[in-house]
Design a protein around this ligand. Sequence first.
Ligand code: SF4
Length: 92
Amino acid sequence: VKVEEKLYQNRYLVDAGRPHIRVKPHQTPSRGLLAMTHLCPAGCYNLSESGQVEVSADGCVECGTCRIVTQTTGELEWNYPRGGFGVLYKFG
Ligand code: SF4
């Protein structure tokens, strides 16, 4: 079973207007942040046409990879979703 198929087992409750991850404004992303467009298991990161990395945290499985990868660059504001929001795991 592919990861993408497994992700369909999860449900996600969007906290509208209060994303729990934000990318701070930047001109050029660090290599780590850029790599997130490939590393995020939920595909939350994209590269915009103007070369900036964007995040859409809906569907985030809270694995923490992006938080660790950008730990030294400080490019992200990363918080867990408010209680009751975010990913809902069906199987553990
Ligand atoms: Fe993607 Fe994991 Fe970061 Fe969520 S915590 S945006 S799933 S890398």
